[in-house]
Design a protein around this ligand. Structure first.
Ligand code: GUN
Ligand code: FE
Length: 454
């Protein structure tokens, strides 16, 4: 079992038994044990042996469990456009590629086809929790929530709100936006009353897409409830300039959300690239979370977010695929790009401290996501009391693009523990840079095997 319980820390537990109850909660973690897991369960927790199923991967040195990935920013309806963005930047990209595709989700058959593929693909790539933007359509948004629940993925699902500065074929009135927001929230809560698997999330697309009055109403709704909230902030210089023109009465782009009470714990802001010190301070003060989307930021030429600066300021930072500003449904690939983008930042600033390590980006991909979603007591690492959301990684899985040589294997117990740890860390580096869905043997959500290849 490997995980990143803290920023910059990769913990590895060889010879470990993890007990998970039928509700998917981790009951015990016994490290350095050779005892039969059935005996551990019986001895420590009086669990009858015939009620326990054992998953034994001992003997397969190339396999390990890692916490499921958490994608804190993904536009489910944009999936068909992955990889297609031409030479555009944000504002023309929205008009040319994005709005026409999203508008077609009034067709429920089309929505069903796309959403099935999105959930299936993200699960296959190890995403056990996703914060989804849907479209303005309430019926298709409810369908997305239903499908995540049925297919077993933990999901926050938001009806996108847009009643301003949007094309005539893809816009809504303020009354429609409010009514369908409430309709979708209540529907999701009825479908999963405990909120264990699916939850609603308030989703103003970005400030420009909403009137002041809609933003204020959504902020009131957030304040008076416990709902999550997600939107975009400071992605692109022309976008920021446009916000200044549209909202001259506010001090900054961030101030628009702040004054409308949209910031706080459980709010996720995608991008946060070009923030001023004052804007960053507002996010710190309000405990607002950030979703870093490096594949998107490189593709549509938005910029390089200063992730180390955000982290050092005390902000929670996570990763988002931002499909289809980003081209991949894989959080592993996004983590790889997060590392490389941090190197590009260093090449420009000559400040080595901005570099993110393999351990750092894997933390952002798991625990960082849990913190941003305020689910750090539930998911993100392997800990007693948390849910077992995990991926079983096989480095040498069939057709894997990872090559491992014998001198690189950890050989647990046969050599000094430090040496085994170092070798294992090197294998995790190989996984980050050369791994993909072929290395995912199984994916568990809430203790249930959702993807099961062998
Ligand atoms: N800003 C407003 N809408 C969007 C979107 O769909 N994707 C991205 N990346 N930025 C946005
Ligand atoms: Fe986005």
């Amino acid at each position: 079992f490997a995980h990143t319980p803290e920023l910059g820390v990769l913990e590895v537990h060889a010879k470990t038994a993890v007990g998970v109850d039928p509700e998917g909660t981790i009951q015990f973690i016994e490290t350095e044990t050779t005892e039969d897991p059935l005996d551990i369960g019986a001895r420590k927790f009086q669990i009858p042996k015939d009620r326990v199923k054992v998953v034994n991967i001992s003997g397969s040195e190339d396999r390990f469990f890692f916490p499921g990935f958490i994608d804190t920013h993904i536009h489910a309806p944009q999936y068909p456009n992955n990889g297609i963005f031409g030479e555009t930047t944000l504002l023309d990209w929205l008009n040319i590629y994005t709005f026409p595709l999203e508008s077609s989700f009034k067709d429920l058959a089309f929505a069903k086809e796309v959403y099935h593929i999105v959930i299936e693909k993200t699960l296959e790539y190890g995403t056990t929790t996703a914060a989804y933007y849907a479209t303005i359509h309430s019926a298709a948004t409810k369908l997305l929530a239903d499908m995540a629940l049925r297919m077993g993925q933990r999901a926050l699902v938001g009806k996108t709100c847009m009643n301003a500065n949007s094309p005539s074929f893809y816009t809504e009135s303020v009354e429609q936006s409010k009514a369908s927001t409430l309709e979708v929230i209540h529907y999701i809560q009825k479908r999963d009353p405990t909120g264990e698997l699916i939850q609603p999330i308030i989703t103003p697309r970005f400030a420009a897409s909403c009137t002041d009055s809609l933003l204020g109403w959504l902020g009131q709704l957030r304040e008076s409830t416990n709902y999550h909230c997600q939107t975009h902030l400071s992605e692109n210089k022309s976008e920021i300039e446009w916000m200044r023109e549209l909202f001259p009465q506010y001090k900054s782009y961030t101030d628009i959300y702040y004054q409308n009470k949209l910031l706080g714990r459980r709010t996720v802001l995608a991008h946060c690239i070009h923030l001023s010190d004052d804007e960053k301070d507002i996010l710190v003060k309000t405990h607002t979370g950030v979703s870093h989307c490096p594949t998107s930021n490189s593709s549509i030429t938005s910029g390089e977010a200063r992730v180390r600066w955000l982290l050092n300021s005390g902000l929670h930072v996570s990763l988002g695929t931002d499909c289809s500003g980003g081209f991949t449904p894989s959080i592993l690939e996004v983590a790889r790009h997060a590392l490389l983008v941090s190197h590009h930042l260093v090449m420009r600033t000559h400040n080595d401290k901005e570099k993110l390590s393999v351990k750092d980006v894997l933390y952002l991909a798991t625990m960082g996501g849990a913190e941003v979603l305020e689910m750090q007591n539930m998911i993100g690492s392997f800990e007693v009391g948390k849910k077992f959301d995990a991926q079983l990684i096989g480095l040498c899985a069939r057709d894997s693009s990872i090559d491992i040589f014998d001198f690189q294997r950890p050989k647990w117990g046969a050599i000094k523990p430090e040496e085994s740890q170092k070798r294992f860390e090197n294998l995790v580096c190989k996984w980050l840079f050369n791994g993909d869905n072929r290395n995912i043997i199984r994916v568990y959500v809430n203790g249930r095997p959702i993807v099961y290849k062998e």
